[in-house]
Design a binder for this molecule. Structure first.
Ligand code: PAF
Length: 275
């Protein structure tokens, strides 16, 4: 695997690389990322990963400073996964001057769900992904469905800017007890880690109820939050939404997803299940 720290070196190395498939990450790689790398291999000739902890998508007070930086271990995992190139820029390389030109996703995408609790987050994500796309110039890019809203926002960005990039979803990878793999799981204490799979269990119950014909989404969301609260969680939201645009679902909508975000101690976890 070739490692590139500069935009110029990356462009030179990828000049005649064939069909480039790109997996952007913030590092601290787990099996979910590795599954994306392996999936990427099926979609092109050259698999490119990036590692960059993007300050723009963190709010003041969030975990930008403590976000785990595990570059050497990540590199070994990427080699093992058969990745061809890694773009790992410094902050000064990607943001040599303050980023004044930004991508502002529309309010109906950026201020709901995650966007309500993390204002500006999707502007930071969309802006860095647009920059990374400009550097790597991929033919396809993969994003995990664990970050369901991120996938929706980035798909819409690519569509509306007519970027010639195929956006491919990756399935969420879970631990044996159902907990969705996430870099933030590492923040959990042993007791919290034992409690954490409840988020998935609660979502599973909502899925079963909706599939069983219950269309009272408000009551299902409220029951799910109550169950989380009863076990020490502070839920931000549990929401049944339309898959396509994550807007509120009506009883006649069929293509649905239930999404949740909740804090356990100081760790904020998100998860979702398609219904
Ligand atoms: O999902 C992530 O790891 C990040 O949001 C991404 C897409 C790499 C942008 O920084």
């Amino acid at each position: 695997m070739q490692i590139h720290e500069t935009i110029a070196a990356t462009r030179v190395a990828l000049k005649n690389a064939g069909r480039i498939v790109f997996v952007p990450t913030m590092g601290n790689l787990h099996e979910g990322h590795i599954a994306l790398m392996k999936q990427a291999r099926q979609h092109g000739d050259c698999v490119v990963a990036s590692i960059f902890v993007n300050r723009l998508q963190f709010r003041p007070g969030e975990d930008f400073d403590k976000y785990p930086r595990t570059f050497n271990a990540d590199g070994e995992k990427l080699v093992e996964a058969g990745v061809d190139h890694l773009f790992a820029p410094s902050e000064i390389e990607l943001y040599p001057t303050p980023q004044r030109y930004v991508i502002e996703p529309p309010l109906e995408h950026a201020t709901i769900l995650e966007g309500e609790f993390r204002p500006g987050h999707f502007c930071g994500v969309a802006t860095v992904v647009m920059k990374l796309f400009g550097v790597v110039q991929p033919h396809a890019a993969l994003f995990g469905k664990k970050d369901y809203q991120q996938f929706m926002v980035l798909s819409a960005m690519v569509r509306e800017f007519s970027l010639p990039i195929e956006i491919i979803p990756g399935e969420t990878v879970r631990a044996a007890d159902g907990l969705a793999l996430s870099s933030r799981n590492g923040y959990l204490s042993p007791a919290e880690r034992a409690e954490a799979p409840r988020l998935h269990r609660v979502l599973t119950k909502v899925v079963a109820a909706v599939r069983g014909g219950n269309r009272d989404f408000t009551a299902l969301e409220s029951n799910a939050k109550t169950e989380l609260q009863a076990h020490g969680w502070i839920p931000d939201y549990v929401a049944v939404r339309r898959r396509l645009d994550l807007q509120s679902a009506s009883a006649s909508d069929n293509s649905l997803v239930v999404l949740a975000a909740a804090r356990l101690g100081t760790t904020r976890l998100i998860d979702n299940l398609e219904i």
